[in-house]
Design a protein around this ligand. Structure first.
Ligand code: FES
Length: 269
C-alpha cells in the first residue's frame, strides 16, 4: 500500500468494500478493520479492548460491531466501547477518499480525536480533505478509567462476616467479590439476582446459601473466578454450612443494572 505526504495510506479501492461491509487492511504495520456503512467508510483497530479479540468478523448492526468472543460492542465511527465486558475504546482512525481509493491515517490514541468518516459519493480529486466528523457517542467517547481492586467499593463485607446471617448480610459480603477486569464488585455491577437462605440438612443451626448470579456476557472469562470468590467469601461466615452459586443468564445482564457507584467508577455517565 502506498502513502501520501500527509501520512494517509491507500488501503483499498472504493468499490472493493460492499455497503454494508468490512475488510481487514494494513496501515503502517497495524491491522485495521475498515467498514463501509451507509455510504461512509470508518476505520478502527481490529482489537477488542476486553481481551484482544479480533473485531472484523463480528456481527455488524448499523454502526455497531460485536466482538465475536464475548459480545462487547463498539461504535465503528468512534471506537467507543458501548457494552460490557469492554469498557475502553479501541482506536479509531482517519479516513479519506481520494482518486477512487480509500485512505487511512493512524491515530495514536484511542477514541480521543472523535470519529472520521467520508461520504462515498463522487470521488474527489487529489487533496480531498476530511469531512466533518459526527459527534462521538456519550458512552465511551473517551477511554474509561481502570481502577485497582483496592478502589472498588467493598462495603461492609468484613463486618458482615461477624454479624447475624441474613440475605442483606450475604449481599454485603459479596461486595468483597470484585470483577478482575472491571474492578467493580459483583453487587454494584448488578450481577446478583437473588440470595436464598435455607436451614442446612447436614449442619444443625447453620444455613445453606444459594446465590443467583449472572455474568456480563455468556462466555465471561472471569466467570470461574467470580464463582469461586463468591463461594469462598460467603463461606467464611460462621453460620454458613454451604454456598451454592447458580449462574442465571435469563434475564440477561444489561448495563442499567449497575449502581451509580459502579457507573462512577467506570466513568459511565
Ligand atoms: S475479547 Fe472481545 S468481548 Fe472479550
Amino acid at each position: 500500500m502506498s502513502g501520501d505526504a500527509s501520512g494517509f495510506v491507500r488501503v483499498a479501492a472504493v468499490g472493493d468494500v460492499p455497503d454494508p461491509g468490512r475488510t481487514l487492511v494494513e496501515v503502517d504495520g497495524d491491522v485495521v478493520a475498515l467498514f463501509h456503512v451507509d455510504g461512509r467508510f470508518y476505520a478502527i483497530d481490529d482489537v477488542c479492548t476486553h481481551d484482544g479479540g479480533p473485531l472484523v468478523d463480528g456481527e455488524l448492526t448499523d454502526f455497531k460491531i460485536a466482538c465475536p468472543r464475548h459480545g462487547a460492542k463498539f461504535d465503528i465511527r468512534t471506537g467507543a466501547a458501548l457494552t460490557m465486558p469492554a469498557v475502553r475504546a479501541t482506536r479509531s482512525h482517519e479516513v479519506k477518499l481520494d482518486a477512487g481509493g480509500v485512505w487511512v491515517r493512524l491515530r495514536r490514541s484511542a477514541g480521543s480525536d472523535g470519529p472520521s468518516a467520508h461520504a462515498t459519493g463522487p470521488v474527489a480529486g487529489p487533496g480531498e480533505s476530511a469531512a466533518p466528523a459526527p459527534a462521538a457517542t456519550a458512552a465511551g467517547a473517551t477511554d474509561r478509567p481502570s481502577f485497582p481492586a483496592s478502589a472498588a467499593p467493598t462495603g461492609a463485607a468484613s463486618a458482615a462476616t461477624s454479624g447475624a446471617l441474613s440475605e442483606d448480610a450475604v449481599r454485603e459480603m459479596l461486595k468483597g467479590v470484585v470483577d478482575p477486569e472491571l474492578f467493580v464488585n459483583v453487587v454494584d455491577l448488578g450481577l446478583i439476582y437473588g440470595v436464598t437462605l435455607s436451614p442446612s440438612a447436614d449442619a444443625a443451626g447453620k444455613q445453606h446459601v444459594a446465590v443467583d448470579m449472572t455474568m456480563t456476557s455468556p462466555a465471561c472469562p472471569a466467570g470461574p473466578q467470580l464463582i469461586a470468590d463468591a463461594k469462598r467469601t460467603v463461606g467464611t461466615h460462621p453460620e454458613v454450612a454451604a454456598v451454592e452459586v447458580r449462574i442465571v443468564m435469563d434475564p440477561p445482564w444489561t448495563p442499567d443494572r449497575m449502581t451509580d457507584a459502579a457507573r462512577d467508577q467506570l466513568g459511565i455517565f
